[in-house]
Write a protein that binds this ligand. Structure first.
Ligand SMILES: [Zn+2]
Length: 117
């Protein structure tokens, strides 16, 4: 007796890569591929365009069902975003300094030092 290892529900459509929205209807096809079960989660649009006709006739088809996607609770990332922007500003000003180093002219060292402030 095999112990099937079915993938958990995907967070995005397998066909178009679009993340499922909360409460969006999704379609799942379970099929057998070699010795493994393959689970495909498909958004409604792709399902109608690409899968609804022949999904059940595909090789290895085992099961199909339809479900409602429930998005995981939203992650509060406003603080992280602000931090990231601050970090970006800091690093970009450092980069600017690195790109434009003070002139190192051997022509008149004393003058350059005096005028740099
Ligand atoms: Zn899709």
């Amino acid at each position: 007796m095999n112990d099937w290892n079915i993938q958990s529900r995907a967070r995005a459509c397998e066909a178009c890569g679009k993340p499922f929205a909360d409460q969006e209807v999704y379609h799942t096809v379970l099929s057998e591929e070699k010795a493994d079960l393959r689970r495909s989660d498909i958004c409604a649009g792709c399902w109608e365009k690409q899968f609804s006709d022949g999904a059940r006739d595909r090789k290895g088809f085992i099961s199909y069902w339809q479900g409602i996607y429930e998005a995981p609770p939203p992650v509060v990332d406003a603080i992280h975003k602000d931090t990231a922007e601050t970090l970006f500003e800091n690093s970009s000003s450092k980069t600017t300094r690195a790109i434009y180093p003070p002139p190192t002219s051997s022509r008149s060292c004393s003058n350059a030092n005096a005028s740099s402030r």
